[in-house]
Design a protein around this ligand. Structure first.
Ligand code: SF4
Length: 638
């Protein structure tokens, strides 16, 4: 069924067992000095165990000034090189190949991160960065080229099977290539050939140093997606020139920091959308091409290879969500695949905050070294509530070897997550519920639906541990008119329990409010949203936020920020904004101002002196990422 995906492939002299590639993604699991930790190694090793044919490491900085993150791999001295030998050996033991990616961030870093002033082809501030970089002299350019060579040679010495030069995402090589960031008037700027010179010299020098048989890959962006930046027509020429300069493979990605929301596109973007670019590219070059960005469906991946749109498929977030993806596809275990839902909460969301990555659907990410083991002291465990946090607690404790009994008062598992999956572009959330359900089955968790737990049941059950994951309930604010028949809760609108009229006002501009507003706008309601803060969905990751805002704008939703609701009447909501009153006429008022923990049962149990562990929204209403992680830690920690 997947003949192409599981056919062997070649990049230069490097033989690969299949077409699955892990692309570079900064994890922040190294030591502060850039050396490898056991955590770092185990994180990658898990992907090799899951049968990825090629792992391209995250970007390693090539000198002190090159890093864009405080914690990341570094490769510029013997100490760095020696510490990464173990990583290489462990990947090889699993039958996979590993390629070292080397890079220089250029202006896409800060002096706070590196301790040095950022450098660039031209002294132009990156739109996302605080500092104007220093313009590189020709002497400094040549020194950086030598640093690339040094890093490549150290990688080869450490045993890496190949080296990838990062020429995308707005980093230094990309900055030289692009008229968006390169305004030089010397031999490194101005014409296309001059802008390519830095890239060309690096490729040629690295080739000269590592020898003709050592595979060299280059990462290029299909498009920068910025005004005046590189587009696919430019990239086709650059790829051809890179091939002529000596690379063995072109690894295609997209975007720069100014368009970071597309580097890892959110769930609203169609899967495999970059394949249209690699298909064009493949007509121009003869070396293999890797494609990336939102692939989760193996049938689509096979199709991309079958139609010769790419030679290898790179799975970034999908390899975080499920490092065993290739193995499961090979064995036809489709319902065991933990699908990336494109939420961005754990991976990119944490990375941009300078934190090590995690994953909403796979809390084991980066914790493989510590948690993936059985208990010596099996216990009888009760979990109350089958939302994402309760399910995760049940799954983790069952994996750790405990006897687990899960109770849920409704007739299905999923809790509030089922409602969260209803708004536009959120349907993929259901795949996590299905995956949790399958895990509960596989782990023989005793699942009791339509069972409301009482204190008596807990007492009689003789449980060693009781985990309370009863979730949260929507808050009803104290506003005049809130009791009116025209007032409904957002959850009731999304689930279809309550119908609303043509004109709606949504009170609350958090995620639930904005998504409900989007949901209604797309169903042709005339909507307005009112928020006390100065923006709506302010804390949401940039990718998903952009698509919600776009839908709201395109469907003429009115947005009132810094606004206070004064009163609800039978046909309006009266708000105060900038010191004046505004009447928003409407048929229905939708309340979405957040949730508060449902801990009624927890209080009763505590009053009876029963020792309990409260997790997820029942402890503190918040993001699913935190709730699932809570369930994971409590489950494994019993
Ligand atoms: Fe995918 Fe969300 Fe996990 Fe990131 S955190 S890998 S987007 S499921």
């Amino acid at each position: 069924m997947f003949n192409k995906l599981f056919s062997s492939g070649k990049i230069g002299t490097m033989e690969l067992k299949n077409r699955f590639v892990v692309p570079p993604m900064v994890s922040m699991f190294t030591n502060e000095d850039g050396t490898a930790t056991e955590r770092f190694i185990r994180y990658y090793e898990e992907k090799a165990k899951g049968e990825f044919g090629l792992i391209i490491t995250e970007n390693y900085s090539i000198n002190q000034n090159a890093g864009g993150f405080k914690i990341m791999g570094r490769m510029w001295n013997e100490k760095h090189m020696n510490s990464h030998k173990e990583l290489v050996d462990r990947i090889h033991k699993q039958g996979s190949k590993i390629c070292l990616q080397i890079y220089h961030a250029g202006r896409q870093t800060t002096s706070e991160i590196t301790g040095l002033k950022p450098v660039a082809p031209s002294p132009i501030k990156d739109p996302t960065m605080p500092e104007i970089p220093k313009e590189l002299t020709v002497k400094e350019i040549l020194k950086i080229e030598d640093d690339f060579v040094n890093a490549a040679l150290l990688g080869k010495k450490a045993g890496f099977d190949a080296v990838e030069i990062h020429g995308a995402h707005g980093y230094l090589i990309n900055q030289f290539l692009s008229p968006f960031s390169n305004k030089r008037t010397d031999m490194y700027g101005g014409s296309f050939i001059n802008r390519f010179r830095f890239c060309k010299e690096i490729i040629e020098k690295v080739r000269g140093a590592v020898g003709k048989d050592y595979p060299i890959l280059i990462r290029l962006g299909a498009e920068e997606l910025v005004e005046g930046g590189l587009n696919i027509d430019d990239t086709k020429i650059i790829a051809k020139m890179a091939e002529n300069a000596g690379v063995d493979c072109v690894d295609i990605t997209v975007g720069v920091y100014a368009t970071r929301y597309m580097i890892a596109a959110p769930a609203a973007v169609k899967e495999g959308w970059l394949a249209k670019y690699t298909a064009e590219l493949k007509k121009k070059i003869s070396v293999p091409v890797i494609v990336v960005n939102r692939f989760t469906n193996p049938f689509l991946m096979e199709d991309v290879l079958d139609e010769n749109k790419a030679d290898f498929i790179a799975l970034g977030r999908q390899s975080i969500a499920d490092p065993h993806f290739p193995e499961k596809v090979k064995e036809g275990r489709f319902d065991e695949i933990n699908k990336c839902i494109g939420c961005m909460q754990g991976c990119i969301g944490r990375q941009v905050q300078g934190k090590n990555i995690s994953c909403l659907v796979n809390p084991l990410t980066g914790k493989e070294y510590a948690y993936d083991k059985k208990t010596d002291n099996p216990k009888k465990v009760m979990v109350i509530g089958a939302g994402p946090a309760g399910n995760e607690a049940a799954i983790s404790s069952a994996r750790a070897g405990h006897e687990v009994h899960l109770f849920e008062k409704s007739n299905k598992i999923g809790g509030q997550w089922l409602i969260a999956a209803i708004p536009p572009n959120k349907e993929e959330l259901n795949s996590f519920t299905l995956w949790q359900k399958k895990q509960l089955e596989m782990l023989n968790v005793d699942v009791n639906l339509e069972t409301e737990v009482t204190v008596d049941m807990v007492k009689k059950g003789n449980y060693d541990e009781v985990i309370v994951a009863t979730g949260a309930n929507p808050i009803t604010p104290n506003i005049e008119g809130i009791e009116g028949e025209n007032v409904v809760q957002a959850n009731d609108v999304l689930t279809g329990i309550k119908l609303v009229g043509d004109r709606c006002v949504v009170i609350g501009g958090g995620l639930v409010g904005a998504e409900t507003c989007e949901f209604l706008a797309l169903e042709w309601h005339k909507v307005a949203i009112v928020e006390m803060l100065d923006e709506i969905i302010g804390g949401l990751e940039e990718g998903p936020r952009r698509y919600i805002m776009k839908n709201l704008k395109e469907n003429n939703a009115e947005i009132y920020t810094s606004s206070k609701v004064k009163k609800i009447t039978s046909d309006s909501v009266i708000i105060e904004k900038d010191g004046r009153e505004i009447t928003l006429e409407c048929d229905s008022v939708v309340i979405a101002i957040g949730s508060s923990s449902d801990n009624k049962l927890a209080r009763k149990l505590e009053n009876e002196g029963i020792d309990i562990k409260i997790i997820g929204d029942a402890k503190k209403a918040g993001r699913a990422l935190d709730g699932v992680l809570d369930g994971f830690k409590v489950g494994y920690g019993l």
